[in-house]
Ligand binder design. Structure first.
Ligand code: MG
Ligand code: MG
Length: 309
């Protein structure tokens, strides 16, 4: 496995691990979690969704739906999008509709509203909405990050396009781009310290996301989500420690778990993911993610893919 593929796979499997781990304690308060679990540290299912052990939720399955649309479109669709053709964004909208019609275990309100709007009106974006500041567009953007490695302009254009299918809010846009840029740097081999410096600069440009001092809010409001994830990312270099600390903050724990898993997984790579968690994920999820990582990496124009000479 190349270093680059290891980081790509680490990000995507890390996201699924965080989702499955966090789902058990979603919507709980830290004190309730402490009473019931002491420290919640195992993938055991349950939670308000009564999940079987190892099952992921919308955070991972929306990523898979988005990734599938990118892979089906292939390089021509990506190129067409760059030239102003909306076909790829429609393909993503249709993939979200199919995902929705297959009755996923959970779905956020803003995602539901956006997907229904697309289904009935075929419009690629709703108007700006003050209520669209949830984390739903941010949580599912990883496949775009991976399909456009090496091409920042394509990454930004397509990230915003997929986000606007359901969320039209400047803080959702900013978080989606910021986390994407951070993952890209980690995949390119940025060290932990490099990533901290990058986060500092990004916070200077996006002061709404200033997470210190941490207020302890881990809701689905994208500002709370970013505060929580960056707080624990900067605090813990170790994948397992970062995830456990994050999900024990409760509230939108599957999504904060998925996002910390994505960042910390890109930082450490798939080979360093804890076996006990990886083995608990449902095998079909691990297989689908592994397949998508190969396909999306092949779509991207990263340095390894650009011919020299
Ligand atoms: Mg979820
Ligand atoms: Mg959630």
């Amino acid at each position: 496995m190349t270093d680059r593929f290891d980081k790509v796979l680490g990000a995507y499997l890390g996201l699924a691990i965080g989702d499955a781990l966090g789902a058990t304690v979603e919507f709980m308060r830290p004190r309730e979690i402490a009473l019931q679990y002491g420290v919640h540290r195992d993938i055991v299912g349950g939670g308000w969704l009564k999940l079987p052990r190892g099952q992921v939720t919308d955070d991972t399955t929306m990523c898979l739906a988005l990734g599938e649309a990118l892979l089906q479109g292939g390089p021509q669709a990506l190129q067409g999008h760059a030239l102003g053709d909306d076909a790829l964004v429609h393909a993503i909208g249709q993939a979200f509709v199919r995902w929705f019609q297959a009755k996923p275990v959970d779905i956020g309100n803003t995602c539901r509203r956006g997907i229904l709007r697309y289904l009935h009106e075929r419009s690629l974006s709703g108007p700006y909405n003050a209520g669209d500041g949830g984390n739903g567009a941010l949580m599912r953007n990883l496949p775009v990050v991976l399909a456009t490695l090496g091409d920042d302009a394509a990454f930004e254009r397509l990230s915003i396009a997929q986000a606007r299918l359901t969320h039209h809010h400047p803080l959702s846009d900013a978080a989606t781009l910021g986390f994407g840029h951070l993952v890209r740097r980690l995949i390119d081999g940025a060290s932990h310290v490099d990533s901290l410096l990058w986060i500092d600069r990004w916070i200077e440009q996006n002061p709404a996301f200033k997470f210190a001092p941490y207020r302890g809010h881990a809701t689905a409001y994208v500002v709370d989500t970013v505060h929580t994830v960056l707080h624990f990312y900067t605090l813990h270099r170790d994948f397992e420690a970062a995830l456990i600390a994050t999900v024990n903050q409760g509230d939108d724990a599957d999504t904060t778990g998925a996002l910390i898993g994505m960042l910390a997984g890109a930082r450490c790579g798939a080979a360093a993911l804890p076996r006990r968690w990886l083995q608990r994920l449902q095998p079909q999820t691990v297989m689908a993610i592994t397949d998508q990582c190969s396909g999306l990496l092949a779509l991207s124009r990263g340095p390894a893919e650009v011919p020299h000479g």
